[in-house]
Design a protein around this ligand. Structure first.
Ligand code: NAP
Ligand code: MN
Length: 267
């Protein structure tokens, strides 16, 4: 019999709730203690839903280091490794230690406002920096402290490798194997005229370089969105985007292959 603690989260759909009831019964029968909230003592976190539910769980648990597995209930499911019908096999493999942990890197930004307030945001997929709807932004962008470009357009997105297949990919960014630790900076509708010049493709940065963003106008309205969570600022002085030291340990079956998953989901 097992006596570990497992925390289970769902996205609130009827299907996910049914799957949760079923899995909870199975786990209790095997001797586990099952909780519906995060416990620091849990040895396993289970998230039932799609990638959106996975992201929400990661944020609600404040980027836990505890191994986490996703049970996919009918969405795209890039993070979600297990189908509900394969749960018995999963728990068997889990107990035998027959799995691997995929260490996912995260991205963070630090926003400094004109009155000196400093705020941080972390993303597992990406952080976007945009302006008010229908208005372009004008940013002075530096890399590693060196001025690089004056960006104009809808904004910029900084994706992790794991997030490269999400919004980044829709914007024409590259798919990155999550074994590569880097940040991908992808422009959102960059302007290229005689007045403004910005990179039109994504650029890749090593994870020890910092991207600096300074809005041209001080009385700006800037939106920071980390994994779909939006925060509006009205007086941003500067923003620094860099790799974060938070990590997510995602459980993968031993037959997991990133490129097979990409092929299955996208082609
Ligand atoms: P959503 O708008 O409901 O979902 C956007 C789609 O992205 C869903 O199909 C979701 O999968 C999928 N997705 C999420 N993370 C992914 C990843 N790492 N690789 C491949 N696909 C991924 O919002 P959500 O479900 O809360 O997810 C938030 C994410 O939506 C953001 O982090 C951003 O990347 C993405 N987004 C995309 C666009 C776009 O492509 N134009 C625009 C805004 C935001 P599930 O169906 O399994 O949930
Ligand atoms: Mn979703």
């Amino acid at each position: 019999m097992n006596n570990g603690i497992i925390s289970i989260f769902t996205n609130g759909t009827e299907l996910s709730a049914d799957v949760k009831t079923l899995l909870t019964r199975k786990l209790i029968n095997r001797g586990y203690t099952v909780m519906s909230e995060y416990s620091g003592e849990a040895t396993l976190l289970i998230c039932i839903g799609g990638d959106g539910a996975f992201l929400e769980t990661i944020h609600n648990c404040d980027f836990p280091g505890t191994p986490i597995v996703g049970i996919n209930t009918g969405h795209l499911g890039f993070f979600q490794e297990v189908l509900p019908e394969d749960f018995d096999k999963f728990i068997c493999d889990y107990e035998k230690g027959d799995y691997s942990l995929q260490k996912l890197n995260t991205v963070q930004c630090t926003v400094t406002t004109s009155d000196g307030v400093i705020n941080s945001h972390t993303g597992l997929n990406e952080i976007t920096i945009t302006g008010r709807k229908s208005y372009s932004v004008h940013f002075d962008i530096s890399i590693g402290g060196k001025p690089i470009e004056k960006f104009s357009g809808d904004g910029i997105l900084v994706a992790t490798s794991a997030g490269s297949t999400a919004y980044n990919y829709s914007l024409g960014g590259s798919i990155v194997d999550p074994r590569l630790q880097l940040l991908q900076v992808t422009p959102l509708a960059p302007m290229n005229t005689t007045a403004y010049r910005s990179f039109t493709s994504s650029i890749l940065l090593p994870d020890d370089l910092c991207l600096g963003v300074v809005p041209e106008k001080p009385e700006n309205r800037i939106y920071i969105t980390n994994d779909g969570i939006e925060t509006c600022y009205s007086d941003v002085k500067s923003i620094e985007v860099s790799a974060s030291d938070k990590h997510v340990n995602l459980i993968r079956f031993n037959n997991y292959d990133f490129w097979n998953k990409v092929k299955d989901k996208f082609l």
